[in-house]
Design a protein around this ligand. Sequence first.
Ligand code: ADP
Ligand code: ZN
Length: 221
Amino acid sequence: MYIIMLGGPGSGKGSVGGRVSEDFNLPHIATGDIFRAELKSETELGKKIKKYMDNGLLVPDEVVIETVESRLSQEDVKNGAILDGFPRTKDQAIALDKFLAEKGKKVDAAIELDVSDEDIVKRIVKRVICSNKSCGESYNTEFKPSKEEGICDKCGSTLIKRADDNEETVMQRLKVYHDTSKELLEYYKDTGVLYTVHPNIYSKTVLEDSVSEVETYLKNK
Ligand code: ADP
Ligand code: ZN
């Protein structure tokens, strides 16, 4: 199954996508994570994308598409994947459909997590993530604090703030999301694969509730 996670920055698509990936035994492919790793290792690709990421702007389509296609060509993806943060534009969606069609595959579901801008800002400015790349657990100092301040519950590594999780960049990322997501959502609505969840971010069980709603939908498809 090829499943796409849609939603604004901080909507929870990474956390929900990660859980669905474990439960359905499908690789979780997050373009933001791939790009952050490239930045950190200062690769050629990393140098190319830094200015976009630092400013909350979209990395150009051809760079993103090439990166994703190379990841999707790896052996572990042959039964499907959870795509998180890709596609972000209609052209990326069209490129993905074409790529999958050549392999006799298709997008099976596009899951949208619909959270208001106000809630997103509240969430992101208080978000901290695990510095250990293979863990990557996400916390919120107000809504979902770690047991010990600054330390990951799961692996004991230190918690850090993402460089682009400040109010100014979040506003920019939200603007970009609204500018590009409309036609993307329309695109998946037209192909009949769009399913929208409305997470209640003030609930302690928001992650579990969203995951279980998404998984129920996927199992009954
Ligand atoms: P968020 O959804 O919280 O903004 P991501 O981790 O998905 O964060 O992405 C971080 C940054 O990586 C984006 O602001 C953008 O610069 C770049 N990026 C990630 N995925 C894409 C994509 N599909 N197309 C263009 N740029 C992307
Ligand atoms: Zn951790």
